[in-house]
Ligand binder design. Structure first.
Ligand code: PLP
Length: 466
């Protein structure tokens, strides 16, 4: 018999102290990442439990979650109905992996997604994350478009994931970082119809256009209704598949189930993930026009070219998503996202008027909101500038790091940063957020900004150097 290696048990994991987690994280996960966690003071928090709008740390401190896992926690943490559905599923000893048989859970989830999407968007493919949903959707579109039209157009400042094809259409030198990418790609300016038309006209090999309906990684960037109507018209005119990435902005976040509904248009394929998992499971999906699926994978001899992967449509994952989608409508969370988003945006606009030199712009749709700070690299007093550059080069011109860190330390509130625009704070609270949470966030944010830049920077620096 093999000797049992010295392993930690589940109870051991739960009982790890902050210092022990530090050490193991450094040794076995990502030592470089720890630098940033330490710099921002995020390494002081070990989350013990989470419920609704709050995390609770090792000292039972409640932390208000306006980060929302970059849009993954629409239902709040541990929604009781979602927990109950999972518990029942386990108690009844339902099965998880169902490659050999038809899964009633995957089928029901697919039917629900098709019902919500409506129209021609009727064929669903299930994955375990957003990158792979995009990966699968890009392959589907490529087969539909045919071998002469394999080029994929993508938008400036896009983020579609870190797997190879998704990375190839992600507009970031940082993430692409010298990796080998797909050869056939064409970048177009986000929100600019002339740029799109010029690309379609000059390059007939473009068969797919992938684009986020609201750009998240770019810093919550929106395009106009005229743009989206134009995208639909141009894709129709040039026979290009429009693949809408709604991994972050979908599932009700913007005040509609899909963000594209705001603009009265429909893409040919849409991808979802993040909140589709109800905050409890890793699940992603694409929903495609049935005729696209039938041309690409319809006949039985090609049906399995991109058939389900081992973990596509896991039982508990599917019932979690089914319950989550029902909760979304039963609790009117989409309407709540619209109402609470308006309240948050209006409050932030008021704060912007108070601090016009600090806040350049606030923008967003529903509960997907960006606060863009002014760049302070040139205006920061010399002493403070030096202090900050000693800490980390990235923080030099960005108020986000300081504000995010102090919101957590002094106001027990978690906010998110932005991949490409270091001056943008991202707010994506759960859709269960209520007025009192919005008001408490706004009060804390206002109080922090009232300190003024020098005090904010020196408080941050003192904490970071402690
Ligand atoms: N697409 C968008 C718009 C995203 O925001 C993300 C993740 O942040 C992805 C795709 C990739 O999703 P995942 O991290 O689940 O692979």
């Amino acid at each position: 018999m093999a000797t049992h290696p010295k392993l930690l048990g589940v109870e051991d994991a739960k009982a790890l102290s902050r210092d022990e987690v530090h050490e193991l994280f450094e040794r076995h996960l990502n030592p470089g990442q720890l630098h940033f966690l330490k710099l921002l003071g995020f390494d002081d928090v070990i989350v013990k439990r989470a419920e609704g709008m709050y995390y609770y740390d090792q000292n039972d401190r409640a932390i208000l979650d306006f980060f929302g896992g970059f849009g993954s926690v629409a239902f709040g943490h541990n929604h009781p109905r979602i927990l109950e559905a999972r518990r029942r599923f386990q108690d009844e000893r339902r099965h998880e992996i169902c490659i050999a048989f038809m899964s009633q859970y995957a089928t029901a989830l697919a039917r629900n997604l098709a019902t919500i999407a409506g129209g021609d968007l009727q064929t669903v493919f299930l994955t375990n994350c957003g990158s792979v949903a995009n990966e699968a959707a890009l392959k589907l579109a490529e087969r539909y478009a045919g071998p002469k039209r394999t080029t994929v157009a993508f938008a400036t400042n896009s983020f579609h994931g870190k797997t190879r094809a998704a990375l190839s259409v992600t507009d970031s030198e940082f993430y692409q970082n010298g990796f080998t990418l797909l050869p056939n790609r064409r970048r177009v300016r986000f929100g600019d119809l002339d740029s799109l038309e010029e690309a379609f006209k000059s390059d007939p090999s473009i068969g797919t256009f992938i684009v986020e309906t609201v750009q998240g990684g770019a810093g919550i960037v929106l395009a106009s209704e005229a743009y989206w109507k134009g995208v639909r018209a141009l894709c129709d005119r040039y026979g290009v598949v429009w693949l809408a990435d709604e991994v972050q902005c979908g599932v009700g976040r913007t005040g509609r189930f899909f963000a594209f509904e705001h603009y009265g248009v429909k893409p040919d394929i849409v991808t979802l993930a993040k909140s589709l998992g109800g905050g409890k499971t890793a699940i992603g999906a694409y929903i495609a026009r049935r005729d696209i699926h039938m041309k690409a994978y319809g006949p039985s001899k090609v049906a399995l070219i991109h058939g389900p992967a081992t973990f596509s449509g896991m039982g508990e994952g599917c019932i979690t998503a089914i319950e989550a989608l029902n909760v979304l409508y039963d609790e009117a969370l989409i309407e709540n996202a619209a109402a609470m988003g308006s309240r948050l945006l209006a409050g932030l606009q008021r704060i912007q008027q108070q601090f016009p030199r600090l806040i350049k712009e606030v923008r967003g749709l529903g509960l997907m909101i960006g606060i863009e700070f002014a760049d302070i690299s040139e205006t920061l007093p010399f002493g403070a500038r030096q202090m900050v550059s000693l800490l980390d080069d990235k923080l030099k011109g960005s108020l986000c790091g300081f504000v995010g860190s102090l919101m957590l330390r002094d106001h027990n509130t978690l906010v998110a940063f932005t991949e490409y625009n270091r001056n943008v704070l991202r707010l994506e609270p759960p859709l269960v957020v209520r007025e009192e949470h919005i008001d408490s966030f706004l009060a804390a944010f206002e109080q922090l900004l009232a300190l003024g830049v020098t005090k904010i920077v020196s408080r941050f620096a003192r904490a970071a150097m402690a």
